[in-house]
Design a protein around this ligand. Structure first.
Ligand code: SRM
Ligand code: SF4
Length: 558
């Protein structure tokens, strides 16, 4: 039998995620943490990073890397109040790098926090009734749900399920409170992790809840998904999906992006039990000997859907029904004001790559702070890295619009569909795994792609382009019509043929392209698209029909 991975030892010997984290954080001789504690820190919602732009310079000066910490909030369904927004804004300015990052999983990340400010940050979050528990590491992460949940009673119910499920799957250890909030020391008392056990999960675990026709959460990219089934305006249950995930490794065919399988239908009251059964099945059968093979998608692919469903039904004591019909129309966001059934209004703002910072001509951090000061509804983060100012009364709209215009918060949404829907992961300089740029390079690349589209008379047509700095897939590039996956500095693999509904993986079209090669490849395809496309035919669909991409990756073993 193969040996367990080192991370398994760290988790199981951690005494409920404590390790020597408190001592490591308090150690004044280094800006970093002991190796095992850096690993454990993830389950507390933070990653140790260093600024890669100055890594080499520091090495030459024989200095330790400039250790800084990324902190990720738990924000089920992406919902926060204006008061919480103000607290988050304050933390970004005081302890982080004056910026906020909205992630592809509906939450906030801070970057650049020094070790000495970690506890203060956690305490400030706690004071705002926020936490970072289990947003990273081998555990269930932030539960995401279709945005704009003010649109119907079903949306509101779904947002509530996201919150309840997030709470239900939280680790029970009090380590977070002890280490970050100076809570009472409970170590040694009989702390039990009924769902996770002593070693938590073999790998990260992600849940999404979608409300058709919107698949803005890309539900099929998740280990576990629920598709809300709404009949006569009421939530009657969910279709269950299992075994999605996108991470892969260049050159290793045993790793692959995979769409989740539809597993059956369940009534709402079975959601928690079924979710728990999926988690514990993965806990007991997931591969703990190889982290590249440890996600739920490999358990389902290796053992088969029928086996997996039978195991879940047995554990949950629930017999799943056949999946009910549903239809997704899009996996992007809708911008501009929209009125909810209760008469209140919500407006989604386009935030490219989710980065909120005060640029001289786009003072967005300040603009959103000003909106939070007067807004009486709430904020909803989207899984497309945008934010919705939600639940505004009709008479509040003018004041919000005035702030949006004054702080130029609408410039991005006015720049056409390509810029409106594009996603990029963080990549350099903070991500240690980045092989190429993403967030910082996206605006320049989009300008060049727009010029091509213009030249072929295609400007203004919807087109989804997503870019990541490595094959881990954090901006879900494998679901885009055009997916760019970093291979080396300035070089990307080109994937083509997503369906813009999150229901079809794209395929690898060309490898290791520099910008000129990439634009040349797109130029040729755009020319064909302009000449041969059918009415309303999307680029991704055209590529399949015209056989410019082929050999679809089977969902079970792409
Ligand atoms: Fe991710 C690792 C950023 C969504 C797949 N991801 C990382 C790390 C933490 C790098 C690391 O391990 O040290 C990145 C931190 C960068 C930084 O400096 O902030 C990182 N991932 C992100 C975010 C911030 C991207 C963004 O631009 O928004 C997203 C945070 C989500 C959140 O709020 O929780 C983010 N990551 C995703 C997604 C999309 C999703 O979940 O819908 C995926 C693909 C779906 C999936 O999980 O299969 C994703 N991230 C990964 C992987 C590959 C996992 C795998 O199964 O192979 C890694 C690497 C790993 O786990 O070893 C990774
Ligand atoms: Fe980092 Fe790769 Fe994720 Fe981008 S896709 S944030 S480069 S791990």
């Amino acid at each position: 039998m193969s040996a367990l991975t080192p991370v398994e030892r760290i988790k199981s010997e951690s005494r409920g995620l404590r390790g020597t984290l408190a001592q490591s954080v308090a150690d004044p001789t280094t800006g970093g943490l002991a190796d095992d504690d850096a690993q454990l820190l993830r389950l507390h919602g933070s990653y140790q990073q260093d600024d890669r732009d100055i890594r080499e310079e520091r090495r030459l000066q024989r200095l330790e890397p400039l250790w800084r910490f990324m902190v990720r909030l738990r924000l089920p369904g992406g919902v926060c109040t204006p008061a919480q927004w103000l607290a988050i804004n304050d933390i970004a300015r005081r302890y982080a790098n004056d910026s906020l990052r909205l992630t592809t999983r509906q939450t906030f990340q801070f970057h650049g926090i020094a070790k000495g400010k970690l506890k203060t940050t956690m305490a400030a979050l706690n004071a705002a009734l926020l936490d970072t528990i289990a947003t990273c590491g081998d555990v269930n992460r932030n539960v995401i749900a279709s945005s704009n949940p003010v649109e119907s009673p079903a949306h509101a119910a779904v947002a509530d399920w996201a919150r309840r499920l997030s709470e239900y799957l939280l680790p029970k250890t009090r380590a977070y409170h002890e280490i970050w909030l100076d809570g009472e020391k409970l170590e040694g008392s009989a702390e039990i992790e009924p769902v996770y056990g002593r070693s938590f999960l073999p790998r990260k675990f992600k849940v999404a809840i979608a409300v058709p026709p919107s698949n803005d959460v890309d539900v099929f990219a998740h280990d576990l998904g629920f598709i809300a089934i709404v009949e006569s305006g009421q939530l009657v249950g969910f279709n269950l999906t299992v075994g999605g995930g996108l991470g892969a490794t260049h050159g290793d065919p045993k790793t692959f992006p995979r769409l989740a399988d539809l597993a059956g239908f369940l009534p709402p009251e079975a959601l928690l039990k079924v979710a728990e059964a999926v988690v514990t099945t993965q806990r007991d059968f997931g591969d703990r000997t190889n982290r590249k093979h440890a996600r739920l998608k490999y358990t389902v692919a290796d053992r088969g859907l029928a086996w997996f469903v039978a195991e879940v039904e047995k554990r949950a004591g629930v017999a799943l029904g056949p999946p009910r019909p549903f239809a997704f129309s899009s996996n992007s966001d809708r911008f501009g004001w929209q009125q909810a059934l209760d008469g209140r209004w919500h407006r989604t703002l386009r935030i490219p790559a989710g980065r909120i910072v005060d640029h001289f001509d786009r003072p967005w951090l300040s603009g959103l702070r000003e909106i939070a000061r007067l807004h009486r509804g709430d904020f909803r983060l989207t899984a497309n890295q945008n934010v919705t100012v939600a639940g505004a009364e009709a008479d509040a709209r003018a004041a919000i619009d005035e702030l949006i215009a004054r702080y130029r918060l609408d410039v991005a949404e006015r720049r056409g569909p390509l810029r409106r829907d594009a996603l990029a992961c963080v990549a350099l300089p903070t991500c240690p795994l980045a092989m190429a740029e993403a967030e910082r390079y996206l605006p320049q690349l989009l300008g060049r792609v727009e010029a091509l589209l213009d030249a072929h008379g295609l400007a203004g047509l919807p087109l989804s382009l997503r870019m990541t700095g490595c094959p881990n897939g954090c901006a879900r590039p494998y679901l885009a019509e055009i997916g760019l996956v970093g291979k080396a500095p300035g070089r990307y693999n080109l994937h083509l043929g997503g369906d813009a509904r999150g229901e079809r993986l794209n395929v690898l079209y060309r490898e290791n392209l520099d910008e000129a090669q990439l634009l040349a490849a797109l130029d040729e395809l755009f020319a064909a698209y302009a000449a041969e496309r059918g009415p309303d035919e999307r680029f991704g669909d055209f590529l399949w029909r015209s056989r410019r991409v082929a050999a679809p990756q089977a969902a079970s073993a792409a």
